[in-house]
Design a protein around this ligand. Structure first.
Ligand SMILES: C[S@@+](CC[C@H](N)C(=O)[O-])C[C@H]1O[C@@H](n2cnc3c(N)ncnc32)[C@H](O)[C@@H]1O
Length: 247
């Protein structure tokens, strides 16, 4: 792990562990939708949101609602990297009748504990879900099986060395598998030096790539880009759905 990656992992773990227990600190000045309002604005269906008490949604930080796309892909196994409280895989376990196994990985023990607490009331889903506390930069030490779908809903831009990270995913993705990423892509250049500041990475902007850089990283890691769908333009970034497969 290089020095920047180590400092970034530490800062992210501290921020998300704090987010798991209070709304103060780094989260206070950020004027973005939170909780149930965020999930409704991202079109998570009311029928799913009604399953849980409103307080269950306060620690959700998705970049988009992936459920329609995941249902269309119809995977039997899902690996959710940077799963937070594992809301997406909980909903997938509830919705997808053929789903066999779902694994969520996150570095925040606080957020994972929220997810584990939720599962205590849902034994059918709990039997299919495995939540692991780990840094995403050490996936190769976890001895994971391969998965039909690897989801990253808001965590790809938090990885510093994206090419070597994607190379690790190559071992974890089944032959016809799909990587589904929701994150920001750059529509304009960031100011010089912006990406050198750890703080600018914490909300997914400092680590954002433009479309050409993304294509290059994907190709250098041995994958092919299937599609990029722009969901929302907020210059200098666009919130995007990115689908990647094996070459
Ligand atoms: C924007 S949040 C998205 C959380 C979740 N996907 C959701 O929809 O609520 C980013 C997540 O990535 C996790 N994360 C960031 N960097 C990580 C790393 N290096 N290793 C493990 N988890 C990481 C954070 O703890 C946080 O839960």
């Amino acid at each position: 792990m290089n020095d920047f990656t180590e400092k970034l992992s530490f800062a992210l773990q501290e921020m998300y562990n704090r987010a798991a227990v209070c709304d103060a600190g780094l989260l206070t000045p950020v004027a973005i939708d939170r909780g149930l309002t965020l999930l409704r604005n991202l079109d998570y269906p009311a029928s799913l949101l009604d399953l849980l008490p409103q307080t269950s949604y306060e620690r959700a930080f998705p970049l988009a609602n992936p459920l329609t796309k995941i249902a269309a892909i119809a995977p039997t196994t899902i690996l959710d990297l940077g799963c937070g409280t594992a809301l997406d895989i909980f909903f997938c376990a509830h919705l997808l009748l053929d789903i066999e196994h779902l694994t969520g990985i996150d570095a925040s023990a606080g957020l994972l504990n929220e997810g584990r607490k939720r599962l205590e009331s849902f034994p059918a889903q709990a039997g299919k879900i495995n939540l692991i506390e780990s840094d995403l930069n050490f996936l190769d030490s976890l001895n994971l099986a391969s998965f039909d779908l690897i989801l990253m809903n808001g965590s790809f831009n938090l990885i510093y060395d994206k090419v070597s990270f994607l190379q690790t995913l190559s071992e974890l993705l089944a032959a016809n598998g799909t990587i589904l990423i929701y994150d920001f892509l750059l529509t304009e250049s960031l100011p010089p030096g912006f990406a050198d500041e750890i703080d600018n990475w914490l909300w997914n902007i400092g680590g954002a790539l433009d479309e050409n850089e993304l294509n290059e990283a994907i190709s250098n890691a041995g994958f092919k880009l299937i599609s990029i769908k722009e969901l929302e333009r907020i210059d200098p970034v666009a919130r995007c759905e990115i689908l990647i497969g094996k070459k």
